[in-house]
Design a protein around this ligand. Structure first.
Ligand SMILES: [Zn+2]
Length: 408
């Protein structure tokens, strides 16, 4: 028995050391074997064995040959093998399905966007997702390999079972996405809640390295958040942490949320709410510009159209954005006072309307922040409308760096 334990320990130790070496190589543009030895504390023969394995077996590292010597033995330089190693990221949203094919450093090879067409139902959406993945797969070079597919879904994904327990955006409940996609995909695939993946993307591939405390707020059709505390992405007991859209920001409100409660942030500040208020302005005849922009057809009023009108100085539209920004600041104040984040990133469709919303938030935020939290930076997500897709890519990249995936 004792020998078996020893064998197992040696195997686990080797794997742990290999992960350390792989992360070191990934974190440097290029690095010598001797620096790897110094930084990891592993002996030169161990480094040689691990690096050789990462080159020939795992195909995640390449040798750049021998560098110039400053006296002793010439250094052997290696780097992370980005070229021809690819990941597919999918953002499965209620309005669009976005897909990207990127290399392991998130450089784009190709991207696709198709309308979701919710009304056509679950199987049509699955068919579209599969088509987007297959199209991206066909756009890779012949020699390139795809490691896996990451998918961000707008909904409550149970982290234990993989079941999408509910998705108000899609009107789904208890959906086994894995079972359905398994029938069509040969590539390994993993999925999670889209906003949580936005936060993972910001953590692993964002503009700022080594940030450990931040929040990502996703404002689109609904509102949700992804929270990173002390470098860890919060999941919660069943994986549902971050349902920021359902904190109450007006207990007197008569606006009912999709969840059934009244005065939720999502009910009062989402893209859906902005469009509803725009429609109300049209029916009250309080905005000549909105009426002109939608040609009198209220179906054409979207949050984006209200933003366009507001930027052109339309008073009714500015008032709508003022009201929404006030509620968002209440929400942001709650998160900031609770978690003391360095940054609150704002993403989702509503964040793409330029400075309008950010200027209003900047003007109103201090009302809801303790002085100690007033330094919190509020800014757009690093990857804009690709934030979920890049988050989905990060999900796969993390599995690659943890040596949980292999190429067959
Ligand atoms: Zn709610």
């Amino acid at each position: 028995m004792k020998r078996e334990y020893t064998k197992m320990d040696v195997g686990l130790l080797h794997l742990a050391n290999k992960k350390v070496v792989l992360r070191l190589i990934k974190d440097h543009d290029e690095i010598t074997r001797s620096s790897l030895s110094k930084k990891s504390g592993l002996t030169p023969p161990s480094i040689t064995r691990i690096v050789d394995e990462l080159i020939s077996k795992d195909k995640l590292v390449e040798s750049l040959g021998v560098g110039d010597s400053s006296g002793g033995r010439p250094p052997v330089i290696v780097k992370f093998k980005n070229h021809n190693n690819l990941i597919i990221g999918i953002d499965l949203g209620a309005t669009y399905i976005r897909g990207c094919l990127v290399d392991l450093n998130a450089n784009f090879v190709s991207e696709i966007q198709v309308p979701t067409e919710l009304e056509k139902g679950f199987f049509s959406i699955i068919e579209k997702v599969v088509k987007v993945i297959n199209k991206l797969h066909n756009r890779k070079d012949v020699d390139a390999k795809i490691w896996g597919v990451g998918i961000g879904v707008a909904g409550l994904v149970n982290s234990e079972t993989g079941i999408i327990e509910s998705s108000p955006d899609f009107r789904w409940s208890d959906i086994d996405l894995r079972k359905e996609l398994d029938k069509h995909l040969d590539l390994p695939f993993f999925y999670d809640n889209s906003t949580r993946l936005m936060a993972l993307g910001e953590l692993k591939m964002g503009v700022k390295e080594n940030q450990k405390n931040f929040a990502v707020i996703n404002i689109g059709y609904g509102i949700a958040s992804g929270l990173v505390v002390e470098g860890n992405l919060l999941k919660g007991f069943s994986g549902f942490a971050g349902e920021f859209g359902h904190i109450s920001v007006d207990t007197d409100s008569e606006v009912q949320c999709k969840c059934g409660m009244y005065g939720c942030l999502e009910a009062l500040a989402s893209g859906h709410r902005i469009a509803s208020l725009g429609k109300l302005a049209l029916s009250n005849d309080s905005s000549a510009l909105l009426k002109e922009l939608c040609q009198g057809n209220e179906e054409l009023i979207t949050a984006e159209l209200v933003a366009i009108a507001a930027k052109k100085g339309d008073e009714a539209s500015i008032k709508i954005y003022e009201e929404v920004a006030e509620y968002l600041c209440k929400g942001i104040g709650t998160i900031a006072n609770l978690l003391n984040p360095e940054t609150v990133y704002v993403g989702g469709g509503i964040s793409l309307s330029g400075d309008l919303l950010f200027d209003l938030i900047e003007k109103k935020k201090n009302k809801y922040l303790l002085p100690a939290n007033a330094k919190v930076k509020i800014m757009p997500c690093t990857h804009g409308d690709q934030a979920t897709s890049i988050g989905a890519v990060s999900l796969i990249l993390e599995k690659i760096l943890n040596l949980e995936l292999s190429l067959n």
